[in-house]
Design a protein around this ligand. Structure first.
Ligand code: ADP
Length: 625
């Protein structure tokens, strides 16, 4: 694998623009965390100075007059300030950590909301999914992505405050003069000497961040390896216990592949791996040189301050004050310098996140609300609708015109790939037609507020999935009304099973979150999925071959039973098995994206030249068993 991330080095200007955009996003999405973060940074930058100042006074008094009253005063103030600062800092930290514990979820939610707003076509786009998965892996592994601006800018604020407070405390160092008794050491007061000392201090304090910036840049350019290692670990961890592949692992001994990633010493994080090599080589050398540079710097500061004290410019207490203050100014300068480097190394990761959030939302979002009719009198019409998936050559639906009213039962039948699911997805406005229009009560569905429009439909998709929660939460898609949940489950024929469950509707499906959870059979899970659709109490209820894994007889039973319970709702059934749908009022036959026939079962069957007749005969062997 190449260090492709290295090529993504952005210009300084672009990097700062991205950082600012991320900071604005944080202010909008998590303002309270931003404020806490800034408060923690400012406080932690200022707080050491109180201790430094009171301790210096105490040492001065000890070295000078030793007045007991003053000693008690300075010691008391030093202790009190330390206690107050520790308490305030603990309180601030507690607040910040409590808030930031949720920040990961909040950023996760920003992406979920984006997926929900995004055109559905794009949600299905493999490139978009890949983009999101890279973002996730950057967040989980190297911990990089949107939200990092908060940390970087927090560091900047803390550095600036540190520098200002330190300069304030060290000001008198430059004003204090070596007395004539200092002899030759009076040279220390010469401006040239001061400039030389300041220059040396500045140089040493710049060296350290310059080296660590370089080290961070190198590490960031290897983030691709970090992501790969994480996803391999995610893929291979707990291999023997993974539901769907546990049998394959035994038969094909797949753990041997996993061992190669987990134990081979060339593995990314292992002793012969890329990270070990980096830390033994360039990165390690840079870190060691950085540490040496900061020691060199401390040496210069100590030497200069001590020489001035020795020469009699100030008392012994001031030595600690000046050394600490100058050190803090210098570490502030270091932080300031590393800030610019950090911005450049973090910006590409933040950019990935922002680019994702900026994916255009192109579907027209109407504002009309769907009339809530007590009589549920809704009529849907497809008018010359054609649809082509992005990038596909052929139309999945071609010139479909169809009208159906509420209360009727419509079956959509046809061979696999004939366009049935596409038809449903267009009806639910997951996609917009490439040509033609779909009308609800005479109005183009694009004009409705999408959220309001979605309320009209309850769909059991072919590949529905039930979360591993308790039955009540699954059916109600939330906390829900227990009585209604139970009613819906009984309506769909789940009553007998429910009575046998020890915790009734509070029973968890699967044992993932509850030891007493139960596993449901395909048929049972399907009933729960239908109960969820019933609970939504939408005027339209759609079943898109959710019974694909069942045999034709079981499917027919479920569909016929469902006909009784769907009541006054409009029900749309999709199946490639004709027998399941013969009880419907109206059947639309799809073939290669077109509606080739429409009518009742009897009428369609009587047309011996028609597609329905041909399909029926082809499938008859199943029904006559
Ligand atoms: P059915 O539900 O009748 O099996 P579909 O509506 O799923 O048929 O598919 C109709 C046609 O559209 C098929 O040719 C299928 O390959 C194509 N198709 C379905 N989904 C997509 C997609 N996401 N991208 C591209 N083509 C698709």
């Amino acid at each position: 694998m190449k260090r492709t991330d290295a090529k993504k080095q952005l210009s300084r200007r672009e990097a700062f623009r991205i950082l600012w955009a991320d900071f604005r996003l944080c202010l909008r999405e998590v303002p309270e965390i931003v404020l806490s973060k800034l408060a923690v940074c400012i406080f932690s930058a200022v707080s050491p100075y109180a201790g430094i100042w009171f301790s210096a006074r105490l040492v001065d008094e000890l070295a000078g007059d030793k007045d007991p009253q003053k000693l008690i005063l300075w010691a008391g103030l030093a202790l009190a300030s330390a206690a107050i600062i520790s308490l305030a800092s603990a309180l601030l930290d507690r607040k910040f950590y409590a808030q930031s514990a949720t920040s990961w979820r909040r950023f996760e939610r920003i992406y979920t909301d984006k997926f929900l707003r995004m055109d559905y076509v794009k949600c299905e786009d493999p490139a978009v999914r890949q983009h999101h998965s890279t973002i996730r892996r950057n967040m989980e592994g190297p911990g990089k992505g949107i939200g990092n601006a908060m940390d970087i800018l927090g560091g900047l604020v803390s550095a600036i405050v540190s520098i200002l407070a330190g300069i304030g405390m060290a000001l008198s160092f430059f004003q204090s003069r070596v007395p004539p008794s200092g002899g030759a050491l009076q040279v220390l007061d010469r401006p040239a000497m001061l400039i030389l000392a300041a220059g040396l201090i500045l140089l040493a304090s710049m060296l350290s961040p310059a080296l660590s910036n370089r080290s961070e840049q190198i590490q960031a350019s290897y983030a691709g390896y970090h992501r790969l290692a994480n996803s391999l670990f995610g893929h291979f961890s707990g291999l023997g216990a993974k539901d769907k592949i546990a049998a394959d692992v035994r038969i094909f001994r797949l753990e041997r592949i996993s061992d190669r990633f987990n134990f081979d010493k060339e593995g990314i994080f292992l002793s012969g791996g890329i990270y070990a090599k980096l830390f033994r080589g360039k990165v390690g050398l840079l870190a060691a040189s950085g540490a040496a540079a900061s020691q060199l710097f401390s040496g210069i500061v100590y030497l200069y301050v001590c020489l001035k004290a020795w020469a009699g410019a100030f008392g012994i207490g001031a030595v600690t004050q000046y050394v600490a203050s100058i050190s803090r100014v210098a570490s502030g300068v270091s932080e300031l310098l590393s800030f610019a480097g950090k911005v450049r190394s973090e910006a590409p990761f933040i950019k990935l996140g922002l680019d994702f959030l900026n994916i255009p939302e192109e579907m027209y979002q109407g504002t009309l609300s769907v009339e809530k009719r007590r009589d549920r009198e809704y009529e849907v019409e497809f008018r010359n609708v054609s649809f082509r998936y992005p990038g596909a050559e052929d139309f999945a639906l071609k010139n479909v015109s169809l009208r159906f009213r509420v209360g009727s039962r419509l079956a959509v039948v046809g061979e696999n790939g004939s366009g049935k699911t596409t038809f449903i997805k267009l009806l639910c406005r997951l996609y917009d037609p490439t040509e033609g229009e779909i009308l609800l009560n005479g109005i183009d569905i694009r004009k409705y507020d999408p959220e309001d429009y979605y309320r009209v439909f309850a769909v059991v998709f072919q590949d529905y999935s039930l979360p591993a929660f308790c039955l009540r939460q699954i059916v109600a898609a939330g906390e829900g009304d227990p009585a209604r949940v139970e009613e819906c489950l009984r309506k769909v024929g789940f009553g007998e099973k429910l009575d046998a469950l020890p915790d009734g509707i509070e029973t968890y499906i699967t044992k993932d979150y509850d030891k007493s959870g139960v596993d449901l059979s395909g048929g049972e899970a399907q009933k729960v999925a239908i109960a969820r659709a019933l609970y939504k109490d939408a005027p339209f209820i759609i079943l898109d071959e959710p019974t694909a894994s069942l045999d034709p007889v079981a499917e027919a039973e479920i569909y016929e039973h469902f006909a009784e319970i769907s009541g006054d709702r409009t029900a749309v059934y999709i199946s490639h098995r004709l027998s399941s749908c013969k009880f419907c009022d109206e059947i639309a036959v799809f073939d290669h994206g077109r509606v080739v026939q429409q009518g009742s079962h009897e009428a369609l069957l009587s047309d011996t030249e028609g597609k329905y007749h041909a399909l029926w005969n082809a499938q008859a062997q199943y029904y006559n068993q």
